[in-house]
Design a protein around this ligand. Structure first.
Ligand SMILES: CC/C=C\C/C=C\C/C=C\C/C=C\CC/C=C/C(=O)SCCNC(=O)CCNC(=O)[C@H](O)C(C)(C)COP(=O)(O)OP(=O)(O)OC[C@H]1O[C@@H](n2cnc3c(N)ncnc32)[C@H](O)[C@@H]1OP(=O)(O)O
Ligand SMILES: Cc1cc2nc3c(=O)[nH]c(=O)nc-3n(C[C@H](O)[C@H](O)[C@H](O)COP(=O)(O)OP(=O)(O)OC[C@H]3O[C@@H](n4cnc5c(N)ncnc54)[C@H](O)[C@@H]3O)c2cc1C
Length: 536
């Protein structure tokens, strides 16, 4: 009924909304949110109020000047009892005049690192009344007399965040495809230095260091697209089960969505920055789009759950799984490997060997965390303090788990799809899987030395495998980014345009600057000349 009331109006843009959860004082700790929604049975209304400055909603995208409605997350009070945070759909502006409604204080939070086109806003309520059906009652309800009917699963309130985290993994695949396209096309056009005096300046794409910076971004885009598809399929399956009242698979989805969102956003931000730096000074130009792209990807490390907090959520699940498995209870499919108690096998420099190695690293780190926590608790430390003292290791265990999931998914999905591809295309995609897997084995070689039987000669061989792969992938690099098929209008980049006219585009953009409107800028007469004449 509520969906019938609100969804059609949102779809036809009568309602422009945003998600108003975060407050000045709280973003991570949702149970600490201060906005209140108090039920008045006499009028069958909720009274929304921001009791303190820190209760003001702060950050929601589009809130400042675009949205006329929003989903407000508030502490629900009824009959004198606080039932915790619940979502409410609230009109905040007049639909004709767009003026803020009486009792609503709304505005712009100010300049940000990037996302300058999103008017992120603040929102405060001064005993603002909304009808009872403003409470989104899919999971919990408040009856007309104020009786609270609890949800069958309180964490369903957090469902929106799981959905967005699932989507963000695919978002990161897209953003990496943009960064890789810009940087690799530019690296094909840019010629620099003379390693061989009697030969012309080479393409910077032929420097192996440049390949090392860029090819992992290209491979990661495919790895995250494939993993994002797998995660979406998992989300749809869990959501279908939830609809029929079965919440058994929700904890696994929450745990894997948390660590994949955290690892893919962190990787995307650092790899987009590497793309920016690989383009030298021109990568620092706004017209290259790379600084803006960095701002977008680094924001994702914070929004929809700050990365450290999410990695700790997954660590909570991994520790619980270890404790469950140690009692012989079955584990979820993504965590089942934790109970592999077989002897550490002889190391193999193969994809399966490396994937098995990362699972050993994750299981070993989880076991070390459980041992440390148990030891601290036995010494009289509270569990919460023991958790905090172990949290750096817990984050590392969570990252290792996430990497094992991405490596295994990327390999399995490309192997499955390869049968339907032409042999040359299958070969190139397998090279990207191989590069991605060997890259991360070398990046985490310390962990592999600690938890597997990898030896020094294996590491030397992996390094050689990696350098051979860079050489094999080089001839197809431009074709691989062209295959993302990103239009120039979407790339919005002087360095990444399909025609490669980099220098002409850089100059064209420069001449658009208002500072080039006249040969002598007024600042000369107002400041420079008086200063030079000693008059300032
Ligand atoms: C291609 C590109 C095209 C388009 C993209 C274009 C642009 C992209 C632009 C933007 C992208 C979109 C959005 C940007 C806007 C951003 C929006 C936001 O940021 S919204 C706000 C997000 N905020 C958060 O995520 C808050 C994070 N905090 C939390 O989730 C909770 O506070 C936290 C889980 C950290 C702790 O909560 P708490 O109640 O203390 O839980 P506790 O740790 O005690 O665990 C209790 C229990 O609950 C389980 N649980 C927790 N969360 C969930 C969940 N979400 N689902 C299911 N279960 C959950 C937890 O596991 C635990 O269970 P057990 O007790 O262990 O059994
Ligand atoms: C671009 C952008 C868009 C956004 N859009 C929206 C939106 O549309 N709607 C919305 O509601 N919100 C939005 N947000 C807000 C975002 O969800 C919050 O910023 C995010 O949840 C982090 O909360 P916080 O900012 O309060 O940081 P905090 O939670 O205060 O975190 C600060 C630091 O404390 C650490 N920390 C916190 N808790 C723990 C813990 N338990 N253990 C270990 N370390 C911890 C964190 O790791 C972090 O390093 C947006 C934010 C950004 C940057």
């Amino acid at each position: 009924e509520q969906q019938e009331k609100w969804v059609p109006r949102a779809v036809n843009m009568e309602i422009i909304g945003t998600y108003a959860q975060t407050e000045l004082g709280h973003g991570t700790f949702l149970r600490g949110l201060e906005t209140t929604a108090t039920y008045d049975p006499n009028t069958e209304e909720f009274v929304l109020n921001s009791p303190t400055l820190t209760a003001y909603k702060w950050w929601p995208g589009g809130l400042a000047h675009t949205a006329n409605h929003c989903v407000v997350v508030a502490q629900l009070h009824s009959k004198g009892v606080n039932h915790g945070v619940h979502p409410f759909i609230v009109q905040i502006r007049d639909e004709d005049t767009h003026m803020p409604l009486p009792g609503v204080k709304v505005g712009e939070i100010g300049p940000k690192l990037s996302f300058s086109t999103a008017n992120n806003g603040f929102l405060g309520f001064d005993n603002f009344r909304v009808p009872r059906d403003s409470m989104l009652m899919k999971n919990a309800q408040v009856l007309k007399d104020g009786t609270y009917v609890k949800s069958r699963l309180s964490k369903l309130t957090y469902g929106t965040m799981v959905f967005i985290r699932v989507m963000i993994v695919t978002d990161m695949a897209y953003y990496l495809s943009v960064g890789a396209t810009i940087a690799i096309r530019y690296s094909a056009v840019r010629h620099q230095s003379k390693p061989k005096e009697n030969e012309p300046e080479p393409q910077i794409l032929d420097y192996v260091t440049q390949q090392h910076k860029l090819f992992i971004a290209l491979a990661s885009s495919h790895a995250f697209r494939v993993t994002g598809q797998w995660l979406w399929t998992t989300f749809v399956r869990v959501n279908k089960a939830l609809t029929s009242g079965n919440a058994d698979t929700l904890p696994e989805l929450h745990a894997v969505a948390c660590c994949l969102k955290a690892v893919t956003t962190r990787d995307a931000a650092s790899m987009v920055e590497a793309c920016r730096m690989s383009c030298g000074g021109h990568g620092y130009m706004t017209s290259s789009y790379l600084p803006i792209l960095y701002g977008i990807t680094t924001a994702a490390c914070t929004y929809e759950g700050e990365n450290t907090v999410l990695l700790l959520q997954t660590a909570r699940s991994l520790v619980k799984a270890w404790q469950k498995g140690s009692k012989g209870k079955p584990l979820s499919p993504t965590e089942a490997y934790l109970m592999d108690k077989s002897p550490v096998p002889k190391w193999e420099n193969t994809l399966d060997g490396i994937i098995a190695g990362f699972r050993r690293v994750s299981a070993g780190k989880v076991q070390d965390c459980v041992s440390k926590i148990d030891k601290l608790v036995k010494m009289g430390t509270s569990y919460e303090d023991a958790w905090n003292q172990t949290s750096v290791r817990l984050v590392a265990a969570s990252e290792a788990h996430s990497r094992a999931v991405i490596l295994a998914t990327f390999r399995a999905e490309v192997s499955r799809a390869a049968a339907a591809l032409s042999p040359p295309l299958a070969r190139v995609l397998h090279q990207l899987v191989h590069l991605y897997t060997v890259y991360w084995a070398l990046e985490r070689v310390g962990d592999l030395l600690l938890y597997t039987s990898i030896a020094e000669r294996d590491v030397q061989e992996l390094q050689q495998q990696y350098e051979d792969l860079l050489q094999k992938i080089r001839p197809n690099t431009v074709g691989l980014v062209d295959a993302f098929d990103l239009r120039d209008e979407i790339l919005n980049s002087t360095l990444g345009a399909y025609d490669g006219r980099v220098y002409e585009r850089l100059m064209e953009e420069a001449l658009k600057s208002p500072l080039n409107a006249e040969p002598v800028n007024q600042s000369f007469h107002k400041y420079l000349k008086p200063f030079m004449q000693g008059k300032l």
